[in-house]
Design a protein around this ligand. Structure first.
Ligand code: ARG
Length: 464
């Protein structure tokens, strides 16, 4: 039998030279893809069982492979496994270790399989778990919002457009807006999971295999809902990762908007909320400082999460079918997004119960800025004045208030009647903040009754 000259690689048969060290270091992915070891081993075990089922492995060989893979898993978990750069990636590191342990049986494991379908399998198994984990974290975060919304039920605050005071709202209504964003984020991940949970193994390098494999069996073993329909697509498709990175980008953007509000609201200028000391840091020079670093960092990290999405899209843009080594570059984007989003969610889940909203400041702020001007216009509409005219009347009333340094609620009935004779004593109920808030009873509005309904629905949905 001819032996391989000059190289010790599993693929070395046709080579006459040893790989250059520069090639090895530049092309190795083991430093980052070793985190896929559990999925790689689970996939190999299912594949081996299938090979035994169709008679390509004897029961004894299967036993050797399964126990060898379990040993390798334990070694990796107890940090004694030596990862080798010259073996490129997690797939070849594990396969080589298996062959060293169990000999020829190990050399049969890669039958009817390529690293191209293997790496697609590993990433799908990995992302399936990650999606479920992030969905669970999002539910925890939502519980935080629901708890705060319940705690502060009835507290009014200014609602803003253009960051200018617009209309009074309930703080709980504002908090539940975030509940809604994170509900949609969970739905997006659940939807992404449908495309993730498809078995690519059995596609071989790109064209399938001539061996009589049983893909249904492997799908059942690994809990996949479906089997990829086209081997060329299966080894080159990274749509599911793009979808995942896009869903995560929205999560991080939602966290970033929340962070921006916390930074603003905890400033002396707003003074709406106190963030617990344990989530803040001080200044090395200014002794009085207490800074909202956690929300700032969560906000800052949105850049890398969006960047990772752009990186993957750009990576895919010019790739011909099917597998190209470029695709190895998909992993670090995905891993970095997983780490960033997971950690951001974890810290925000802890931070929410550490928020103390300042009821008096919020309610006083809601009293200022002619916040019930729209209510006054709608009051006039109910008195049969066309809305455009009502808008003009109230606009002039506000101008008068600004000139006099008064709020709408400071005006006497006589002053108000100067602007419209239709105004009567009952106008003061409309101008009051609580009256304004509680008049917004339409579904999705900020009235106490509507918010309570939304809150109860949220509590039911979260199983609280
Ligand atoms: N490390 C590779 C990757 O992440 C695995 C697949 C390699 N396939 C190949 N034919 N070189 O994409």
């Amino acid at each position: 039998m001819k032996t391989t000259p000059g190289t010790d690689k599993p693929w070395g048969g046709r080579f006459t030279e040893k790989t250059a060290p520069a090639t090895e270091t530049f092309s190795a992915s083991i430093d980052f893809d070793k985190r896929l070891y559990r999925y790689d081993i689970a996939g190999s075990k299912a594949h081996a069982k299938m090979l035994a089922k169709i008679g390509l492995l004897s029961p004894a060989e299967l036993e050797l492979i399964l126990s060898g893979l379990s040993e390798i898993e334990t070694e990796i978990e107890s940090n004694v496994f030596v990862f080798r750069t010259e073996l490129e990636d997690i797939h070849m590191n594990i396969e080589k270790a298996l062959v060293e342990k169990v000999g020829e049986a190990g050399e049969k494991l890669h039958t009817a399989r390529s690293r191209n379908d293997q790496v697609a399998l590993d990433m799908r198994l990995y992302l399936r778990e990650v999606c479920q984990d992030i969905i669970a974290r999002l539910s925890e975060l939502q519980k935080g919002f629901v708890t705060l919304a319940r705690q502060y039920l009835g507290v009014c605050m200014p609602g803003y457009t253009h960051l200018q005071r617009a209309q009074p709202v309930l703080l709980s209504h504002h908090l539940l807006a975030y509940y809604e964003m994170f509900s949609r984020d969970k739905a997006r991940l659940s939807d992404c999971l449908k495309r993730v949970n498809v078995l690519p193994l059995g596609s071989g390098a790109l064209a399938g295999t001539s061996l009589p494999i049983d893909r249904e069996f492997v799908a059942r073993e690994l809990g996949f809902d479906a089997i990829s329909a086209n081997s060329m697509d299966a080894v080159s498709d990274r749509d599911f990762m793009v979808e995942f990175l896009a869903a995560c980008s929205l999560i991080q953007i939602h966290l970033s908007r929340l962070s921006e509000e916390l930074v603003l609201w905890s400033s002396q200028e707003f003074d709406f909320v106190e963030i617990a000391d344990r989530f803040c840091t001080g200044s090395s020079i200014m002794p009085q400082k207490k800074n909202p670093d956690i929300p700032e960092l969560v906000r800052g990290k949105s850049g890398r999460v969006v960047g990772n999405l752009m990186a993957l899209l750009t990576l895919l843009k010019g790739l011909t079918l099917t597998y190209n080594r470029d695709l190895q570059e998909d992993k670090e984007s995905v891993f970095d997004t997983v780490d960033t989003v997971t950690q951001s969610l974890a810290v925000m889940i802890e931070l929410l119960p550490g928020l103390s909203f300042k009821r008096e400041v919020l309610e006083q702020a809601a009293e200022k800025g002619f916040m019930t001007a729209t209510d006054l216009a709608e009051y006039l509409v109910r008195r049969n004045i066309p809305f455009r005219q009502a808008h003009g009347i109230v606009g002039r009333t506000v101008a008068y208030c600004i000139a006099k340094g008064k709020e709408l609620t400071d005006l006497t009935l006589e002053e108000l009647q100067e602007f419209s004779a239709g105004i009567a004593e009952d106008v003061f109920g409309v101008l009051a903040i609580a009256g304004s808030v509680n008049s917004r009873t339409a579904q999705g509005g900020t009235a106490n009754t509507s918010v309570l309904k939304a809150l109860e629905q949220a509590e039911t949905d979260l199983g609280l």
